[in-house]
Design a protein around this ligand. Structure first.
Ligand code: SF4
Length: 315
């Protein structure tokens, strides 16, 4: 059996602070196949972006194991990691901050091609034009600066730059969150098309369940540093099993007003990751909590094909 493109096992990332540690990620495991999209969703502060940054090795994990195409990368020194970086690329939320304002588009997209010694000169220009075409921009964009483009166009440039070194894994960290609704849909469609055409593994990190419903094969829902439910998109949207997923989904608008979901409003705020609640971390806000939830942490259980839930209501 071939190894999955990405295999994350028991990933932990703690940040030391005065008087303790922020337990941003506290034992996260999942796999991602080539050509598959996995959405990592949850409220702000749940640890989803930290998972992405550990996978990209922008952060060094505290514990756990990350395998990329069968090769362990979590403990590699930067020198040995560098040639592997072209296989995993990222698109961030704000293309303005990831694009150098004084760098023309040809150089911005061409930079990774030069850095990984993949092209130079006329070949580099031709490859940049090809990448611009893939993201729906004309070759004339090459000579322009980032501020001359709209937010959606800048995100297209960010995607072209990420695709330049020919990655196998693309991490999109809130990549469409800052965009207007109509532009958001265009960028989601672009990512979908590229993912299918190029056979990319796509890890789509988002707080917005409505967006991932149209984009992903599977969904992993995070709460306070842990995955609480992981399932095929259809199974998760049709019949979410974890009370937190049910609450998140109840807030997603549905096109048919007659089929509107009953909104579940969670009480209180997300507790601090400095001192997560004992037992089930969700028990302080869970409408279904009972005595056992306050003392015993639920173990993730498989309740159907590829459907994993961490909740005492499931056994
Ligand atoms: Fe709610 Fe208890 Fe399930 Fe946690 S284990 S989600 S508190 S019912």
């Amino acid at each position: 059996m071939t190894a999955p493109l990405l295999d994350v096992a028991g990933l932990v990332k703690h940040f030391a602070v005065r008087g303790g540690a922020v337990r941003a990620v506290d034992g996260v495991s999942f796999t991602l196949a080539r050509g598959e999209t996995l959405a990592l969703v949850g409220e702000s502060g749940c640890g989803k972006s930290t998972v992405g940054r550990c996978i990209l090795r922008l952060l060094r994990p505290t514990a756990g194991q990350i395998m990329l195409a069968g090769r362990r990368i979590d403990d590699l020194p930067e020198r040995r990691l560098r040639p592997l970086r072209r296989h995993m690329q990222v698109v961030f939320q704000d293309p303005f901050s990831s694009l150098n304002p004084r760098q023309r588009v040809r150089d911005a997209i061409g930079e990774p091609l030069r850095n990984f010694a993949l092209a130079s000169g006329a070949e580099l220009s031709a490859r940049v034009a090809e990448l611009l075409d893939q993201v729906g921009l004309p070759p004339s964009a090459m000579a322009r600066l980032p501020h001359e483009f709209s937010g959606g166009q800048r995100q297209r440039i960010g995607i072209a730059r990420a695709l330049a070194p020919g990655p196998d894994l693309l991490v999109c960290d809130e990549a469409v969150s800052a965009l207007d609704v109509s532009v958001k849909a265009q960028i989601v469609n672009l990512l979908l098309g590229l993912q299918e055409r190029l056979g990319l593994g796509l890890l789509f990190i988002s707080h917005d369940l409505a967006i991932v419903e149209h984009l992903t094969h599977r969904v992993a829902v995070m709460y306070l540093g842990r995955i609480v439910e992981l399932a095929d998109r259809r199974a998760l949207f049709a019949a979410p099993r974890h009370p937190y997923t049910q609450a998140l989904l109840s807030a997603v608008p549905v096109p048919d007003p007659g089929a509107a979901r009953t909104r579940i409003v969670l009480r209180g705020d997300v507790p601090s990751p400095l001192a997560p609640p004992a037992g089930c971390r969700f028990h302080t806000r869970c409408p279904a909590a009972f005595a056992r939830c306050r003392s015993e942490e639920p173990v993730p259980r498989q309740i159907g094909p590829g459907h994993i839930v961490a909740c005492h209501l499931e056994g």
